[in-house]
Design a protein around this ligand. Structure first.
Ligand code: HEC
Ligand code: HEC
Ligand code: HEC
Ligand code: HEC
Ligand code: HEC
Ligand code: HEC
Ligand code: HEC
Ligand code: HEC
Ligand code: HEC
Ligand code: HEC
Length: 312
C-alpha cells in the first residue's frame, strides 16, 4: 500500500526534479534508490546493471509505519564507496552482498538479520546444524521478493530440495506424508531456527510424531519397546515404497529383532522351528500383523497369557 502510494507521490506534479531524491519504499532509502529505482523486473531499463529491488516494499520489511523495520543500509551496510562512485564502470561492491558469488562471509550475512531477529524463536539458531554448515538465512529466505517461497506452503519444499535431493526422492515414493499434495510441509515436523536433534519441532523424534498421532503415545498396558523408543526404527517419516511408511516389509521388519525360529509352536498354523522359511509366514496373509494387530501397544486387560502379545 505504501509502495504504490510512494510511486504515485514521486510521479505527482508536486515532486520536482530539483528536489533531493525522495524515499521510495523504505525510510532513508533515497541514498540507494536514486540509482536502484526500477519497480519491476519486467520493465527493462537502460541501467540494466542495477537489479530491481523495490518489491521489498511489498513485504513486512516495507512497513514504513513500523519503526522497527530496516532500511537498505541495515542489511547492506553504509556502502560509502559504492554510493559515491561516479562513472559508467562497475562501482565497488556494497559493504554486504548476498548473491551467489558474494565475498561477504556467512557470519556477516547472518549478522545483518540477527541484529533484529535475535531471541525468541531464533534463540538457538547459532547452534543449529544449518548455521554450523554455513547455510545462511538468505539461503532460504528471499527478502526482496513479494513472496518468500520458503514461508509459503505450496513452494516451501522446492527451496529445501535445492539442497536436499534425497528427501525429494523419498517424499515422491508411494507411501509418504502428504507433502507433495500440499497438506503438510517440511516445517510440520522441522523447526529450522532451533537446535533440536535433526532440527525437529520437538525435543525428541517421538514427541514430534505425537503432535499429530496422539493415539500412539500411550502409555499402554502392554508397550512395544521399539515404539516407545523411536518411531524411526520402523518408519521413515519422508517416504518409502512400502505401505505405512515402513522401512521394510513384515515379517522381515519384525525379524530384524524377533528370531523366526523361536515363535511359539502351539498356535495352529504358525510356523515352528521346523518351518523356518519366512515365505511360510508370508502365506499367512500379512504375516505377523494378522495376529499381532496392536503393534504400537495394546490395552487389553484380558487375563490371558496372550494379551501382552499385542493381540486384541
Ligand atoms: C551511483 C549509483 C548507485 C547508488 C547510489 C547505489 N548503487 Fe548499488 N549498484 C549500482 C550499480 C551500477 C550496480 C551493479 C554493479 C555490479 O553489477 O557489480 C549496483 C549493485 C548493487 C548491489 C548488488 C551487488 C552484487 O554483486 O550482488 C547491491 C547489493 C547494491 N548495489 C546495494 C546498494 C545499496 C544498499 C545502496 C545504498 C546504500 C546502493 N546500492 C546505492 C549503482 C548504485
Ligand atoms: C532485510 C535486509 C535487506 C534490506 C532491508 C534490503 N536488502 Fe537488498 N538484499 C538483501 C538480500 C538478502 C539480497 C539477496 C537477494 C534476496 O534475498 O532477495 C539482496 C539483494 C540486493 C540487490 C541485488 C539484487 C539481485 O537480484 O542481485 C540489490 C541491488 C539490493 N539488494 C539493494 C537494496 C536496496 C536499494 C535496498 C533498500 C531499498 C535494499 N537492498 C534493502 C537484503 C536486504
Ligand atoms: C532493522 C531490523 C531488521 C533487520 C536488519 C531484518 N529484519 Fe526481518 N523483520 C523485521 C521486522 C520489524 C519484521 C516484522 C515483524 C513482525 O511483523 O512481527 C521482520 C520480518 C521478517 C520476516 C517475516 C516476514 C513476514 O511476512 O512475516 C522474515 C522472514 C524476515 N524478517 C527475515 C529477515 C532476514 C532474512 C533478514 C536479513 C537478510 C532480516 N529479516 C533483517 C526487522 C528486521
Ligand atoms: C533452512 C531454511 C531456513 C533458514 C536457514 C532460515 N529460515 Fe527463517 N524460516 C524458514 C521457514 C521454512 C519459515 C516458516 C516457518 C513456518 O512456516 O513455520 C521461516 C520463518 C522465519 C521468520 C518468520 C516467522 C518466525 O518464525 O519468526 C523469520 C523472521 C525468519 N524465518 C528469520 C530467519 C533468520 C533471521 C534466519 C537466519 C538467522 C533464518 N530465518 C534462517 C526457513 C529458514
Ligand atoms: C512427518 C515429519 C517430517 C516431515 C513432514 C519432514 N521430515 Fe525431515 N525428518 C523427520 C525426522 C523424524 C527426521 C529424523 C530421522 C532420523 O533421525 O531417522 C528427519 C530428518 C531429516 C533430515 C536429516 C536426514 C539425516 O539423515 O540426517 C533432512 C535433511 C530432512 N529431514 C529434510 C526434510 C525436508 C526437506 C522435508 C520436506 C520436504 C522434511 N524433512 C519433512 C521428520 C519429518
Ligand atoms: C543451501 C542449502 C540448504 C537449504 C536451502 C536447506 N538445507 Fe537443510 N541442510 C543443509 C546442510 C548442508 C545440512 C547439513 C547436513 C547435510 O549435509 O545434509 C542440512 C541439514 C538439514 C537437516 C538435518 C539437521 C540435523 O540436525 O541433522 C534438516 C532436518 C534440514 N536440513 C532440513 C531442511 C529444510 C526443511 C529445508 C527447507 C525449509 C532446508 N533444510 C533447506 C543445507 C540446506
Ligand atoms: C503435522 C502432523 C503430523 C506429524 C507431526 C506426523 N504425521 Fe504422520 N501423518 C500425518 C498425516 C496428515 C497423515 C496422512 C493421513 C491420511 O492420509 O489419512 C500421516 C500418516 C502417517 C502414517 C501412515 C502413512 C500411510 O502410508 O498411510 C505413518 C506411518 C505416519 N504418519 C507416521 C508418522 C511418524 C513416524 C511421525 C513422526 C516422525 C509422524 N507421522 C508425524 C500427519 C502427521
Ligand atoms: C516395531 C515397528 C514399529 C514402530 C517402532 C512404530 N510403528 Fe507405526 N506401524 C508399524 C506397522 C507394522 C504398521 C502397519 C500396521 C498395520 O498394517 O496394521 C504401522 C502403522 C502406523 C501408522 C498408520 C496406521 C495406524 O495405525 O494409524 C501410524 C500413524 C504409525 N504407525 C505411527 C507410528 C508412530 C507415531 C510411532 C512411534 C510412536 C510408530 N508408528 C512406531 C510398525 C511400527
Ligand atoms: C527394533 C527391534 C524390534 C522390532 C523391529 C520389532 N520388535 Fe517386537 N519386540 C521388541 C522388543 C525389544 C520386545 C520386548 C521383548 C521382551 O519384553 O522380552 C518386543 C516384543 C514383542 C512382542 C511381545 C513379546 C512378549 O513377550 O510379550 C511381540 C508379539 C512383538 N514384539 C511382535 C513384533 C512384530 C509383529 C514386529 C514387526 C511388525 C516387531 N515385533 C518388530 C523388539 C522389536
Ligand atoms: C496366527 C497368528 C500369529 C501369527 C501370524 C504370528 N504370531 Fe506371534 N504370536 C501369536 C500368539 C497367539 C502368541 C502368544 C503365544 C503364547 O503366549 O504362548 C505369539 C507370540 C509372539 C511373540 C512372543 C514370543 C515369546 O517367546 O514370548 C513374538 C515375539 C511374536 N509372536 C512375534 C511374531 C512375529 C515376528 C511374527 C511374524 C513373523 C508372528 N509373531 C506371527 C500369534 C501369531
Amino acid at each position: 500500500m505504501f509502495f504504490s502510494g510512494a510511486v504515485v507521490a514521486a510521479d505527482s506534479p508536486t515532486a520536482t526534479t530539483k528536489e533531493a531524491p525522495k524515499d521510495l519504499i523504505l525510510k532513508g532509502d533515497a541514498k540507494c534508490t536514486g540509482c536502484h529505482d526500477e519497480a519491476d523486473d519486467s520493465k527493462p531499463t537502460m541501467l540494466d546493471l542495477r537489479p530491481s529491488v523495490l518489491a521489498i516494499g511489498k513485504t513486512k520489511h516495507g512497513t514504513v509505519a513500523d519503526s522497527r523495520t530496516p532500511t537498505c543500509t541495515d542489511c547492506h551496510g553504509e556502502s560509502e564507496k559504492h554510493v559515491k562512485h561516479k562513472g559508467s564502470d562497475k562501482p565497488p561492491k556494497a559493504d554486504r552482498t548476498f548473491g551467489k558469488n558474494t565475498k561477504t562471509s556467512p557470519e556477516a550475512r547472518n549478522d545483518a538479520c540477527l541484529s533484529c531477529h535475535q531471541g525468541g524463536k531464533h534463540m538457538n539458531w547459532q547452534s543449529s546444524v544449518h548455521a554450523s554448515r554455513d547455510v545462511t538465512c538468505t539461503a532460504c529466505h528471499k527478502v526482496h521478493a513479494a513472496h518468500d517461497k520458503v514461508r509459503e506452503k505450496a513452494t516451501q519444499a522446492e527451496v529445501c530440495f535445492t539442497c536436499h535431493k534425497e528427501q525429494r526422492a523419498q517424499v515422491n515414493r508411494p507411501s509418504h506424508h502428504p507433502i507433495i499434495e500440499g497438506k503438510m510441509t517440511c516445517t510440520s515436523c522441522h523447526d529450522l531456527h532451533g537446535d533440536n536433534p535433526k532440527s525437529l519441532t520437538k525435543a525428541s523424534l517421538n514427541d514430534t510424531c505425537y503432535t499429530c498421532h496422539m493415539e500412539k503415545r500411550g502409555p499402554f498396558v502392554h508397550n512395544h519397546q521399539p515404539v516407545t523408543e523411536d518411531c524411526g526404527i520402523c518408519h521413515n517419516p519422508h517416504g518409502t515404497t512400502i505401505a505405512n511408511l515402513l522401512k521394510s516389509r513384515p515379517p522381515f521388519l519384525c525379524q530384524e529383532c524377533h528370531n523366526h525360529d523361536s515363535h511359539p509352536g502351539q498356535v495352529a498354523g504358525l510356523p515352528t522351528a521346523a518351518t523356518t522359511g519366512s515365505s511360510t509366514l508370508g502365506t499367512v496373509g500379512r504375516g505377523c500383523l494378522n495376529c499381532h494387530t496392536n503393534i504400537h501397544g495394546g490395552n487389553s486387560t484380558q487375563n490371558s497369557a496372550t494379551a501382552g502379545r499385542f493381540r486384541r
